[in-house]
Design a protein around this ligand. Sequence first.
Ligand code: BGP
Length: 469
Amino acid sequence: MKHEQRKPFPKDFLWGGSTSAYQVEGAWNEDGKGPSVIDMAKYPEGTTDFKVASDHYHRYKEDIALFAEMGFKAYRFSIAWTRIYPNGDGEVNRKGIEFYNNLINEIRKHGIEPIVTIYHFDLPFALQEKGGWSNRETIDAYENYCRTLFEHFGDRVKYWLTINEQNMMILHGEAIGTVDPNLKNPKKALYQQNHHMLVAQAKAMALCHQMLPDAKIGPAPNIVTIYPASSKPEDVLAANNYAAIRNWLYLDMAVYGRYNNIAWTYLEQKGYTPTILEGDMEILQNAKPDFIAFNYYTSQTVAASDGKEDVNHTGDQHITVGEPGVYKGASNPHLKKNEFGWEIDPVGFRTTLREIYDRYHLPLIVTENGLGAIDQLEEGDVINDTYRIEFLRNHIEQMQLAISDGVEVFGFCPWSAIDLVSTHQGISKRYGFIYVNRDEFDLKDLRRIRKQSFYWYKQVISSNGANLD
Ligand code: BGP
């Protein structure tokens, strides 16, 4: 569909940027913070750990001032559960509350809307030692943690995100570092964990509505359109299968409180069905999100599987390998790839926005989108990241086309507001508008340097998306 004239971005559109606590904060064991599963995980050889990251914990004032200079209307960040509850539950750590109070005040002081992710991959290690999400008690610990956040920060935070990319923790948790290496029969265990997280999420949504009637809350999965590798009906069916397993399982539950039938059939066939206790479905059905937040980096393409390939359900967030008999990952000959093998598909972004809105009719906010690249710091503190500008420009254009298609989008928070450590590919894979001067193992001076994309995004925001050049 071609539009003679595009609709403008809504007046109060939330232009911003995203980070997550463990990838940006550093100070991994300061002020009473407990270890998370990420702190205790093994890191791929040649990549840094998360101990210092971008040192945002100590430099947040400078960072927020730079976000304000860019004109951010919103800043999406996560709270480290282990700063609030070092052991996952039990005693509250006052220093943790203090840090996020200061951070939220600083954000609001600049007129920026805080958007808080409650849990972004960094489960407290103390809970993992008791079985993590396999143990139903983690649902209670999460609910208790949510209550504490709503109590302390609910007077200033209007937008809450329950869980970041739950679907990626289930499908690609090994790459991200969230899977307990001691799990027996990991796939089955992961779908039980998935069920517990879905129940926990429903409880958080209900609690938020009860405690903070003016606040809004929603899930934040990674949702992308799935193409069939060809028009062969079997390929189309495989794409349909994978879309149900990767996308709709999560959103159908969040919005309608039911298991998607194709995803459920897949779980039955594989022997992965979770144990559902009496009362669970009621909790799931009674909770409703106010909006859907989602992360989009690229589309995925799959083909029919003859069941004989020697592949497994791994890869990473955007490298789909496949699952014998269900679908087989394919590459899309029409798309270019970034330096890390992720395809680049702005049109797929428009399709994704249309698909989600068409299914759920809830307002949408994009909580991640961006380009990981190896930036070069040139003489005179110049970073010419024209490739990032091009990536974001093309995606923003497609978002505006989706808005012109009638999709309700109220915000765009690309990944990442500032350079931070990638989930499994180190600090050299950069996403930010602001360069952080450090390498994998040399922390240098960690100074902040505005990239070309910083100036470009500033102008995008000040023109409310009208000037993308
Ligand atoms: C998403 C995660 C983020 C982030 C991003 C980029 O899956 O929510 O935490 O890191 O992807 O991925 P990566 O860091 O693997 O390049």
